[in-house]
Write a protein that binds this ligand. Structure first.
Ligand code: ZN
Length: 66
């Protein structure tokens, strides 16, 4: 469960990211190198109380630099 960092409410997980006008979604980059092909697409959690939006990755074992 994710807790809102703004108001400590329980956030609603599992939303997908969609970018208007494309079907490519977004990419996460580091040092200008795209490594999003090796990790999960980011998911979105939304706080139903205050509207805070939080991005997260479900499978952290694919983040090799940790
Ligand atoms: Zn909140």
């Amino acid at each position: 469960m994710r807790t809102c960092k703004q108001c400590d409410s329980e956030m609603v997980n599992g939303f997908d990211i969609k970018v208007d006008g494309t079907s490519y979604g977004i990419k996460i980059t580091k040092n200008s190198t795209i490594f999003s092909e090796r990790i999960e697409k980011p998911k979105v959690a939304i706080c139903p109380k205050c509207g805070e939006v939080s991005l997260y990755i479900e499978k952290l074992d694919k983040i090799s630099s940790r």
